[in-house]
Design a protein around this ligand. Structure first.
Ligand SMILES: Nc1nc2c(ncn2[C@@H]2O[C@H](COP(=O)(O)OP(=O)(O)OP(=O)(O)O)[C@@H](O)[C@H]2O)c(=O)[nH]1
Ligand SMILES: [Mg+2]
Length: 247
């Protein structure tokens, strides 16, 4: 669904803004969430956003990806909403274009404006999730710049509930220094680590016995971490409005 297509504020739906560097794994996380909510598995994964090896989505969500066969370039081009239901609870995850866009600084500025607008037109947010490749050490200037600008429209209740999803790692081996996110406060229970590698590999590789076992174990760990992440979500809080400057 294009961002802001319905009014979730009145429906009690928890809204989560997903941000991060290009290639950090935001859209992949949305695909993993799709599998979590819709009961997909590694042999028959549910795909909301097409990927290099899963170019045909199984779901009816809209998406705005560039050429998925070229993973050297930035992918997501627009903020898009992904809605899920679970029992009586409902969630909206907003996928966003990544920072440090491969198309350059001007595109980056446009992306940041889009993210700020998405946060404001959501009206209320349950959480801001920063997706970070856990194998990198520190946040880039672009990530810090976006966080500083998001802070201007973010109530304290939300800055206190910043969530970090570290990808390509597990809780024992990530390299990212959480201090790089200063001055945002980060609580230990708000750090999630997962290796969402299954959708980045040729499904034919999954047929190999040992490899398949490793990938299945990673998939299971990701789903357990996503379960903890979904259950930890809080009530929405109001986002401040700010005059967005267009450049
Ligand atoms: N091994 C591994 N690969 C991952 C993981 N998460 C994402 N990838 C791969 O990294 C590449 C980029 O992932 P995306 O989900 O498209 O990244 P993104 O943050 O949405 O990127 P933009 O849309 O450009 O901002 C893809 O080839 C993914 O399959 C992970 O946890 N482990
Ligand atoms: Mg993306």
């Amino acid at each position: 669904m294009p961002h802001g297509a319905s009014n979730p504020a009145s429906s009690g739906r928890k809204i989560v803004l997903v941000i991060g560097e290009t290639g950090s794994g935001k859209s992949t996380l949305i695909n993993y969430l799709t599998n979590y909510f819709k009961g997909g598995n590694i042999a028959a994964p549910r795909i909301a956003i097409p990927t290099e090896y899963y170019s045909k989505p199984t779901e009816a969500y809209q998406y705005h990806e560039a050429n998925v066969s070229n993973q050297t370039a930035s992918q997501t081009e627009k903020c898009m909403d992904y809605d899920f239901e679970s029992g009586t609870a409902s969630y909206r995850f907003i996928d966003t274009p990544g920072m440090s866009d491969s198309r350059g600084v001007e595109r980056d500025e446009k992306n940041i404006q889009q993210i700020l607008q998405a946060a404001q037109s959501a009206g209320t947010l349950s959480a801001i999730v920063i997706v970070i490749n856990g194998t990198q050490c520190r946040g880039t200037i672009n990530l810090r710049n976006t966080l500083t600008r998001l802070r201007g429209i973010t109530p304290n209740a939300l800055t206190d509930n910043l969530i970090v999803v570290l990808t390509s790692c597990d809780s024992t081996n990530f390299k990212f220094k959480l201090m790089s996110l200063h001055p945002w406060t980060l609580k230990a229970e708000n750090i999630f680590a997962m290796n969402n590698a299954a959708l980045s590999q040729d499904p034919l590789l999954m047929l190999e016995g040992d490899h398949r076992q490793v990938m299945e174990a990673l998939w299971k760990k990701s789903m357990a971490e996503i379960n903890r992440f979904v259950l930890s979500s809080r009530e929405n809080v109001q986002v401040r409005t700010l005059v967005v400057q267009w450049f």
